[in-house]
Ligand binder design. Structure first.
Ligand code: NAD
Ligand code: MLT
Length: 548
């Protein structure tokens, strides 16, 4: 056997995950807990894969130190401890284990909700101190109260179900889920957060930590809360402004706060949540939401198995920085993905001919094929839009542009991207690409026929019909008799064979657009001759052979 994959595990993870690596003949496993930053950087230089929990920060410096690194595994959900853009640029796959600890975190949330309204930890401590103080521990019931779930994903959804069983009315705020998810959970979806917090007796947070959710519950938002509400955070530190929350508890605007997570972990001795004067209304746990035997076993198993598949080049799941899993698309979707990439190639070539690069790309998807698809979580784009970007960037960068880095490269080049959906028109499903350049727009419309043939049916204002395959010569010419003959002669003299020919005219313009599939190459001289003697305004070639 050739050299083994070196896998480093830096935190205590479930044995089920370690067993997967131990059993793999092609893996050399090293478990090294409590490494210093320097030791970790040194070790990273020699490993192909690293498996972590939230205690290991994989920042840019560490990822760069991992010269051979191919995969970073996270035995858990949150990947806010991993610099995803840096990993993506390096082509490193980041794997997480999203479903493995959902129920563990859900149950801790329910435990913390009950603990904070009934002051369970404080009552327990009081008894340990030898006191019997029943009167001090009068709490409130969950039943009959309104719960606001912020983030109605896996954990938020499970919390909502359990809260309803406790007799709570549940409302939710999550701008990224479809109405039908809220309906299926019997939850009212609220459209603005301030309005939602003003209605809730209990608020529980279940979002990831992102630029948008950072400090989402700040001093101003806390002022919108119902007086005497409770707040629970079992998601991520940093989503709440900790000093502002401590102050709201102190002023009894919040009757209680329970949290499992902190903006810095472990928390410092002078942390606002450790203040003596509010200790009777604060419940804190040391990030134990996922700490059940069942969850730890499951997240380690899921992460380790998929990491192994990445290393072996076999199909894997849960890659958070891959915009989509090509293997999970069906045959029709893959054909449209390929068509989208070709549209990107052609659109970027047409922009080049205009003499200006695109600064905006708008993709419109029409038809049932695009209805039920998930957007890429990382950048909220559908696979087809990412494929358009890949094709566009390949024109200037080459085929090294992967789906993973295409959106990042587009951002580097200040290309703004948006996507929309619409009802189908003449064709069952279509992809439309519109580029804005400093010298005017470029637009393309394409479909796939019932027989499974890709067709480009509109180029700018010209209705045409050609297959984006092989090598394409595309041009705009004066719509005069004899032009096609002239082009045929010029190409014939250069021994370039024409495989197919499509022409589109625009009423009243005196101009036409031609698209020819050719066998052979067009060099600069031939290009110039075509423009000069073929009565053309411009001509461009596009090689679709590399796009499959
Ligand atoms: P999920 O991806 O299934 O759900 C997250 C939800 O948040 C999604 O529905 C998303 O649309 C929503 N969301 C994103 N941005 C939002 C915004 N600005 N406003 C409102 N909603 C927004 O994730 P999950 O598995 O349910 O995990 C939720 C959180 O819990 C994550 O932060 C995860 O890291 C954390 N977590 C903590 C523990 C723990 O040990 N305490 C354990 C597991 C998970
Ligand atoms: C997660 O995001 O999965 C949790 O915070 C649990 C963990 O870090 O282990």
């Amino acid at each position: 056997m050739s050299e083994k994959w070196k896998v480093l595990v830096t935190e205590k993870v479930g044995e089920a995950g370690l067993d997967i690596f131990r059993a793999a003949q092609d893996v050399e496993l090293e478990v090294a807990l409590e490494l210093t930053e320097e030791e970790l950087i040194e070790k990273l230089a020699g490993v192909d894969a690293i498996l972590t929990r939230s205690g290991t920060t994989m920042d840019a410096a560490k990822i760069e130190a991992g010269k051979k690194l191919k995969v970073i595994g996270r035995a858990g959900v949150g990947v806010d401890n991993i610099d995803l853009p840096v990993a993506s640029r390096r082509g490193i796959i980041v794997i997480n284990a999203p479903s493995g600890n959902t129920l563990a975190a859900t149950e801790l949330t329910m435990a913390n909700m009950l603990a904070v309204v009934r002051k369970v930890p404080q009552a327990c401590t009081s008894l340990h101190e030898g006191k019997w103080d029943r009167g001090k521990f009068t709490g409130r019931q969950l039943s009959g109260k309104t719960l606001l779930v912020i983030g109605l994903g896996r954990i938020g959804g499970e919390v909502a179900k359990r809260a309803r069983a406790f007799g709570m009315e549940v409302i939710a705020y999550d701008p990224y889920i479809p109405q039908k998810r809220a309906d299926s959970l019997n939850v009212e979806l609220m459209s603005d957060l301030e309005g939602a917090v003003s209605l809730a007796d209990m608020v529980t947070i279940h979002t990831p930590l992102t630029e948008e959710t950072k400090n989402m519950i700040d001093a101003a938002m806390l002022r919108a809360f119902k007086h005497g509400a409770y707040l629970v955070n079992c998601a991520r530190g940093g989503i709440v402004d900790e000093a502002a929350v401590a102050e709201a508890v102190r002023e009894e605007r919040l009757y209680g706060f329970a949290t499992d997570v902190f903006s810095e972990e472990p928390l410092s001795a002078d942390h606002p949540f450790l203040a003596e004067d509010i200790a009777d209304r604060i419940v804190i746990t040391p990030h134990i939401g996922a700490n059940t035997i069942e969850a730890q076993s499951e997240v380690a198993r899921i992460a380790a198995w998929n990491m192994l598949m990445v290393l072996r080049g076999e199909p894997y799941n849960h890659a958070v920085n891959l915009p989509f899993m090509e293997q999970s698309l069906n045959g029709d979707q893959r054909m449209y993905l390929n068509l989208a990439r070709k549209l990107g190639l052609l659109a970027a070539r047409l922009a080049q001919v205009r003499g200006s690069a695109a600064h905006k790309c708008h993709v419109t998807l029409r038809g049932a094929l695009f209805d039920d698809e998930e957007k890429c979580v990382a950048n909220k784009l559908r696979p087809y839009t990412i494929a358009v970007l890949k094709g566009m960037l390949e024109v200037s960068i080459g085929t090294s542009v992967t789906y993973m880095i295409a959106p990042l490269l587009a951002k580097d080049r200040h290309i703004s991207i948006d996507e929309s959906y619409g009802e189908p028109r003449t064709y069952k499903n279509t992809i439309e690409v519109e580029l804005e350049t400093a010298k005017g727009p470029v637009s393309l419309l394409a479909t796939i026929t019932e027989e499974g043939r890709q067709r480009i049916v509109r180029v700018n204002d010209y209705w045409v019909d050609f297959v984006p395959g092989g090598k394409l010569l595309i041009f705009q010419n004066h719509d005069r008799p004899g032009v096609i003959g002239k082009i045929g002669s010029i190409l014939g003299a250069a021994k370039v064979n024409i495989a197919s020919f499509a022409l589109g005219r625009k009423d009243g313009s005196g101009l036409a657009l031609g698209a020819l599939e050719i066998d052979g190459d067009i060099d600069d001289n031939l290009n110039q001759e075509l423009v000069k003697n073929g009565d053309m305004l411009w001509v461009a070639t596009v090689d679709f052979t590399k796009a499959g």
